[in-house]
Every structure is written in structure tokens, then in C-alpha cells.
Design a protein around this ligand. Structure first.
Ligand code: GTQ
Length: 346
């Protein structure tokens, strides 16, 4: 190219910039990439380290003052975005004995995956559920929710859970609203156990009208998931990539338990050495039981119970475990499926 032409182009691009216009031919590759180029990077948060910071948070602020005493897990590749993947948020929330996280509601859907401690509870739309390690609990979009923990004298103990929310998705659409309840704790409207009785036994009240897109079962207890995995381990062939893997479902529709977030529970027997696979849904994993190694693209992490790691979109992932391992995971798969974008390679 002649100097004259080069100068002419440079001048043209500068004048375009002033008009808030840009030449597509200079950005085509990044705007329409040949394959996902996720800014999200592989990362792990080791619970043995994180728990000390949670304890420190417990000393400097109460749950009530913080409203939600949460340490956000931010992906190192998404600095300043409070996101663990480009579409999802994650954080670790702690309630000490006697604490309350005040009632509010928001457009964002939330999941809770209990890491440690029993006996705390969350109230969702007037019904309480008690938390145990490994329970998967849902707060649907726009449902009032508050969290509480009994006083130590009543058996309350420190409880920590992983929060997963679709905050970046709602932010992308600029569709978020939030309200604070007029009371610290919302009134209880039904006995604990009503939702599982109505919807959790392959029975359903006659003339029940499905409203909303979220499962009416808002606690999937670990005891049942674990027992199911155990039976299936003995009864079905292992998938060479993911061992035994189940998805949590909405019993009213058969669809995903949440409209924006897919959730899974998976068992890898001791000695499992899995093949690599990849998918376009970046995924957050929470280790429930077991020890092993996860390879994610060029990286590899050893993991122990309660560690949390993230697999970016289209990164090859495989697992090798030394002891029987249970993994909980979540991703934006329902959104990608609804839009016809999901791709997998095995
Ligand atoms: O428990 O309602 O981690 O509203 C972030 C936002 C938890 C919650 C979070 C929230 C909550």
C-alpha cells in the first residue's frame, strides 16, 4: 500500500471515530469469532483459603447490616464485572447463629448450594425450608426471600452456601427490578414441607395452574440426590466423559428447574479417568465429596471438597479422581438452548 493511501485511511478512521462510527473490516474477527473466545478464564477457589476470609467478614459486618454478607467470586478474566462467567454470578454467603438476612425480592433468579452447616433456613414466598450441606435451593425471580439462622442455644451453627445468580444476564437485558420488604422477615404462610408434599412425589394438586417458569420444588435435598446417584452407579454404565450425571428438573414441565440456570449433580467413582469434552455453556462446579484433578484447557487444578472452579465456554474439560467424587454444577444452558446456540463436542 502506498504512503498516500495509508495516510488517507488513517485520517478517514480518525474522522469516523469522531462520528461514533468504525470500519467493520478492522474488527470482523473479534465481532464474529471463528469459535468462542471467552474472556472468562479457568479458575479455582480453594475452600480452605476462602473460609478464613469468610470468618473475617463475619467479624467486620453482620448479615443484617450487609443485607447479604457475601464474598463475590469474580473470574480473574472478568475484572470489575462481579461475574464468575460472562453470564453468571457466584458468591459465598455466610449466616452466623442468630443472624437474619432481610427480606427482599428481585428479577434475578438465585440458587443456593449449601457448603457447610445445618439448620439455617430460607423463606421463599411464605414457605420455609431448612438447609443441609449439599441441598440445592431455588429463589425464583421476583419471589420474596429472607434467610435466617437459629440462635446458638437453639442449635444454630455457622452456615455457608454458594449463591449462583443470573445477574449478568439480567444486566445485559437491562430488565432488573428490586424491592425491599416492609418487614425484616416476611410472614410465614404455609408449613414447612408443603411444596415438597404438593410437587415432590410425582403427585400434583388437581387443577393446579402452572404459573411461572421455575420449579415449585425449591429445595432438592442432598440426601435424595446422593441416594439416587448411588443406586445408578450400581445399575447403569458410566458415561466415559461425565460418569453418572443428572440434571435437576421442574416436575410441572419436565424442563430445567430454573429458566436461566441449568443445575446438575454428578458422581465419578474412585479411579475414574474421564475423556475431555467441551460445550458453549461456561460452567461453575462445586465439589461436594472426593478428591481429584480437573483439566481445563491448558490448566489443571487438584480439588478437594467445597472447592469451586469454573470451566470457560468451549474449554476442554476432563476429570480424574482418586476417591468417589460428587460434583454440583451450574451454567446458562437453558438460555443457550432456548436461543438455539448450545454446541457440544465429545
Ligand atoms: O441472597 O438474595 O449473592 O440478592 C447476591 C444478591 C445473594 C440473596 C447474592 C442477592 C442474594
Amino acid at each position: 500500500m502506498t504512503d498516500k493511501k495509508q495516510n488517507q485511511r488513517a485520517d478517514f478512521y480518525r474522522r469516523l471515530d469522531e462520528q461514533h462510527m468504525f470500519p467493520l473490516w478492522q474488527q470482523m474477527h473479534s465481532l464474529v469469532p471463528a469459535q468462542p473466545a471467552d474472556a472468562c478464564v479457568p479458575a479455582i477457589w480453594r475452600y480452605s483459603q476462602v473460609r478464613d476470609y469468610l470468618a473475617e467478614a463475619g467479624e467486620i459486618i453482620s448479615s443484617e447490616e450487609a443485607v447479604r454478607r457475601v464474598l463475590i467470586l469474580e473470574n480473574p478474566g472478568l475484572s470489575g464485572q462481579s461475574s464468575i462467567t460472562s453470564s453468571l454470578y457466584a458468591g459465598l454467603q455466610m449466616l452466623l447463629p442468630g443472624e437474619t438476612a432481610p427480606s427482599h425480592r428481585h428479577s434475578q433468579s438465585a440458587l443456593r448450594f449449601v457448603m457447610e452447616g445445618s439448620g439455617a433456613f430460607t423463606v421463599v414466598d411464605g414457605e420455609r425450608t431448612t438447609m443441609h450441606p449439599g441441598d440445592f435451593i431455588i429463589t425464583p425471580s421476583w419471589a420474596w426471600h429472607d434467610h435466617g439462622n437459629p440462635e446458638a442455644e437453639q442449635g444454630g451453627e455457622k452456615v455457608v452456601w454458594l449463591d449462583g445468580l443470573d445477574i449478568p444476564i439480567v444486566r445485559f437485558f437491562n430488565a432488573g427490578f428490586a424491592e425491599v420488604h416492609e418487614e425484616l422477615v416476611q410472614p410465614i404462610q404455609r408449613a414447612e414441607g408443603t411444596s415438597p408434599a404438593r410437587f415432590g412425589h410425582n403427585l400434583m394438586p388437581v387443577r393446579h395452574e402452572v404459573n411461572g417458569r421455575t420449579s415449585p420444588i425449591f429445595n432438592y435435598p442432598y440426601a435424595r440426590s446422593r441416594e439416587t446417584l448411588d443406586i445408578l452407579l450400581r445399575q447403569q454404565a458410566l458415561d466415559p466423559y461425565e460418569g453418572i450425571k443428572l440434571s435437576y428438573r421442574n416436575p410441572l414441565t419436565g424442563g430445567w428447574a430454573m429458566p436461566t440456570i441449568a443445575t446438575f449433580i454428578q458422581l465419578l467413582p474412585a479411579g475414574f479417568n474421564g475423556l475431555p469434552s467441551r460445550s458453549t455453556d461456561a460452567t461453575v462446579y462445586s465439589v461436594v465429596e472426593g478428591e481429584g484433578v480437573v483439566r481445563i484447557g491448558e490448566r489443571q487444578f487438584s480439588f478437594s471438597p467445597r472447592d469451586i472452579f469454573v470451566v470457560p465456554s468451549w474449554a476442554a474439560v476432563s476429570f480424574s479422581v482418586s476417591s468417589e467424587t460428587v460434583l454440583f454444577s451450574f451454567s446458562d444452558r437453558p438460555v443457550q438452548e432456548a436461543l438455539g446456540l448450545l454446541r457440544e463436542a465429545r
